[in-house]
Design a protein around this ligand. Structure first.
Ligand SMILES: Nc1ncnc2c1ncn2[C@@H]1O[C@H](COP(=O)(O)OP(=O)(O)OP(=O)(O)O)[C@@H](O)[C@H]1O
Ligand SMILES: Nc1ncnc2c1ncn2[C@@H]1O[C@H](COP(=O)(O)OP(=O)(O)OP(=O)(O)O)[C@@H](O)[C@H]1O
Ligand SMILES: [Mg+2]
Ligand SMILES: [Mg+2]
Lengths: 253, 253
């Protein structure tokens, strides 16, 4: 039975996309069947996996609007996971869904048709708490919050948890918070550790391990269209996501 | 006569907010009268300048909806610039403005009342190309594009320039692109330089100088509620924004 994880944080540039791509690849290395869903109109996940969104005729946009089934749009990737890709058309989804009853449920409904075929479904959210993120939260079993442990990330956590709370009340009772994943982690100073402890205590959130270290190797991976597990396989950044995947599998068993 | 600059990039976490706060403070140090406008519902600029958005009863949200004048909401900051602050209410602006004729012009109209009092007005945009960013582009004389010179930033530039193009055609003929500002710049490897050259050639964009170096000092500033020009005044990060301010003033004279 599949586990669906919304990878969510409305703050920009905290490695949501990088975490979905890398964790997805790591779970495939460990033999799991994985689907990644790109919910960002900027389609960074799609691009990072070697697919040019401008070459696509259909994307998750048509699936959300009920014009295509997920199975018709899902594609395979060189890294191993399957991908439900995004294109810039998704920018119109918010307006398109605005007046539709049950607009928060369209992703959940679409994924029900394919969830049997996967062990893990990871949802890459855009940097906002709009209809796309609410759809992800309404479709998910758990929320993973990538967190760059700097002062400005502290503020967003409360707002995100308020949204999770609303989703639990109104559209998805079963949603739980898996925890925060410390990303872009700079272990050289106390600043990151201090911010991480403050957030985890203030909001009583589990902290996933290990923290993902800040390393330039990550910036190079999207240029090749592969995750860091392929571009810098023996590097500590790849190792951290492999260890995270192993930890998540162990926690689930 | 004032110059209004939209600091825009739909990619998250590329130092839009940090650039607005730091450049604003640097222009004040050089004797200019400066207004900063926070257009992000996450209100990171407001928070970075030492103001808790949750303490505010009114914000730019009421100004955009025509319920308050900008002059009624503008406040002063310890760093020197004035601030038109944001609160989470702004998240509702998109929906609130959706059906309003001329919704792209509400910010421009609001700023006309106060522009006489300032030499520079800097607009901090959220990580999206929605109605708030379009308002900023429609109100601005120039666009500054903070750019983290990594592969994933390359993709967004084309989309952003398409939006600028549309705004020039439909709502603001006078809009021009000031250029890209390299931020979070890691000069130790060739990667950043390579990406920067590729972007500047592909899109024929001016590159503002100097690049802003990646340094942990920036992460600490928001905790104090002051810009880096106050928290690490003699550090090279502060120096870079001071040099940028001087270069912009020289270019204008
Ligand atoms: N551990 C890391 N070390 C160094 N750079 C990283 C790391 N993780 C991600 N990056 C880089 O940081 C930038 C932001 O990462 P990413 O795009 O994954 O964040 P995001 O949260 O998905 O952003 P957005 O909010 O725009 O969707 C990218 O250029 C990425 O390559
Ligand atoms: N030159 C720099 N060196 C190191 N860290 C920096 C630098 N500039 C900004 N930062 C940090 O990077 C993070 C992202 O910066 P910032 O919030 O200004 O980006 P943004 O583009 O406004 O993000 P968003 O898209 O979420 O609005 C913040 O934690 C900030 O303190
Ligand atoms: Mg992303
Ligand atoms: Mg910002």
């Amino acid at each position: 039975v599949s586990l669906t994880v919304a990878v969510t944080n409305q703050k920009g540039g905290v490695a949501k996309t990088t975490s979905v791509a890398s964790l997805g690849a790591a779970l495939v290395e460990l033999g799991r069947r994985v689907l990644l869903v790109d919910l960002d109109p900027q389609a960074c996940l799609t691009f990072s996996l070697g697919i040019d969104p401008e070459d696509l005729d259909v994307s998750v946009h048509q699936v959300l609007l009920g014009q295509k089934s997920a199975a018709d749009v899902i594609m395979s990737t060189d890294d191993g996971p399957d991908l439900l890709p995004a294109t810039i058309e998704l920018a119109g989804a918010e307006a398109a869904l605005l007046t539709r009853t049950g607009r928060e449920h369209v992703l959940r409904t679409a994924l029900e048709d394919v969830s049997e075929e996967y062990d893990w479904i990871l949802l890459d959210c855009p940097p906002s708490l709009g209809v796309l993120t609410v759809n992800a939260l309404s479709a998910a079993d758990e929320v993973m919050i990538p967190l760059q442990c700097e002062t400005l990330s502290h503020r967003g956590v409360g707002q995100l948890l308020d949204t999770v709370h609303d989703v639990r009340r109104f559209t998805n009772r079963g949603l739980s918070v898996m925890g925060v994943l410390p990303t872009l982690f700079d272990g050289r100073t106390k600043h990151a550790r201090t911010v991480l402890e403050a957030i985890s205590e203030t909001y009583e959130l589990p902290v996933l391990e290990p923290p993902i270290p800040k390393t330039i190797k990550f910036a190079e991976a999207p240029a090749v269209g592969r995750s860091i597990l392929s571009t810098a396989r023996s590097h500590r950044g790849a190792g951290a996501y492999r260890q995270l995947a192993a930890n998540l599998l162990e926690a689930r068993s």
